[in-house]
Design a protein around this ligand. Structure first.
Ligand code: SF4
Length: 371
């Protein structure tokens, strides 16, 4: 798919206000809106500008902070829908996520909602969220959203705290009937802690595990872990009957997670649905912060311009960094790798590690290629 003219997903951080203070929060959310947040009038203008993307209409993901803290949310959704933009919400699970408000948003045309779940049990999830009882609240919210007819996505941040529970989380994804599971590989930004990032070897085990998990009836996508697409390509080419653990020298984490998958959900039934669209930060993905600053993605804090001053369509299409990312002009291993188009490495992690958004992704286990 060509991403030069329009992204597939636009994430708009409508506010940084949020009632939670999660330990890995990208936005470093705070209880109240920060000064400089785009006003309702500026938000409406921004949506009008998003409608200028052609040839495809991007999906507008309204996020935060907590998008439910945005008083003009209904107006923003209505405007986007009138202009033909599909709208998804990424709210926090707080008392604001109540049935009446959700039914209203469903009636306005919101099709899908993503909810974060970061543990397979209450102790782990609540520990990440910092709120006792939040695990049960999250399960209840997922069931409420499902009963209202929303397409559900569960988002999970894979990190040291919870990596051993990924199979248990996958079982919950299946149990609540989610259409997709999006697994984010931690990048040290915001409140994300470097020590919680997984090693390249563990990332490889998790990527192979996700390939297995995607055979249980829901699609699996990775965020800031594009090497999952390299793994998916390898796995699809693996002759039937070959043991992946032996073929790819996978570690105990892979064996633990895949045996847990089978213990919790039985043998997989379907074809693998590990997404392989070649998006990456700035290449099909575009992020607008609460104050109108445009970034290649929410996890790549390199300001491109501000939508108060420049049309977001022009920023996306013409910014030299985004063009370089789209042309896969990378250095290091990513620059030499045969998977640089389909994968290309996490640009956010390359920047976090070296200050170069076109550098190599140090979380990838693929061996260095000859110079
Ligand atoms: S070296 Fe870079 S492009 Fe190649 S698989 Fe790893 S992260 Fe992807």
């Amino acid at each position: 798919m060509n991403f030069d003219e329009a992204p597939v997903l636009i994430f708009w951080e409508t506010t940084r206000a949020c009632g939670l203070a999660c330990r890995h929060c990208r936005a470093e959310a705070v209880p109240y809106p920060l000064p400089g947040q785009l006003s309702p009038a500026e938000g409406a203008r921004l949506i009008d500008q998003f409608a200028g993307f052609r040839p495809r209409r991007p999906v507008l993901v309204l996020t935060g902070g907590d998008v439910m803290e945005r008083p003009d949310l209904s107006d923003l959704v209505s405007r986007a829908r009138q202009l033909g933009l599909p709208v998804a919400l990424a709210p926090s699970v707080t008392p604001r996520l109540e049935e009446g408000a959700l039914a209203h948003l469903r009636g306005l045309g919101v099709e899908s909602v993503s909810i974060s779940l970061d543990g397979g049990d209450a102790a782990t999830h609540d520990g990440v969220r910092g709120v006792p009882g939040h695990f049960e609240d999250t399960l209840a919210a997922l069931r409420r959203l499902s009963s209202l007819g929303f397409k559900l996505q569960v988002n999970t941040t894979a990190m040291g705290y919870n990596v051993s529970q990924l199979a248990a989380i996958a079982a919950i994804v299946k149990d609540v009937g989610a259409a997709s599971w999006e697994v984010f590989f931690l990048v040290k930004i915001g409140r994300g802690q470097a020590e919680q990032e997984l090693s390249p070897g563990d990332n490889e085990d998790v990527a192979h595990f996700l390939f297995e998990a995607s055979r249980y009836g829901f699609a699996v996508r990775s965020v800031e872990g594009p090497w999952c697409r390299r793994v998916a390509a390898w796995r699809r080419a693996l002759p039937a009957g070959t043991d992946p653990a032996s073929a790819f020298s996978l570690g105990p984490l892979y064996r633990h997670l895949t045996s847990e998958l089978v213990r919790l959900m039985g043998e997989p039934l379907g074809e693998p649905r590990l997404a392989s669209a070649g998006t990456r930060d700035g290449h099909g993905i575009f992020f607008i912060a609460h104050d109108g600053t445009a970034y290649p993605a929410g996890f790549l804090p390199l300001a491109l311009a501000n939508v108060r001053d420049e049309d977001p369509v022009a920023i996306y299409r013409k910014h030299p960094l985004l063009i370089a990312i789209r042309e896969a002009r990378f250095s290091g291993r990513c620059g030499r790798c045969e998977f640089r188009e389909v994968c290309g490495g996490s640009r956010a992690r390359a920047f976090a590690a070296s200050g170069d958004p076109l550098g190599e992704d140090p979380a990838c286990a693929y061996p260095a290629l000859p110079h």
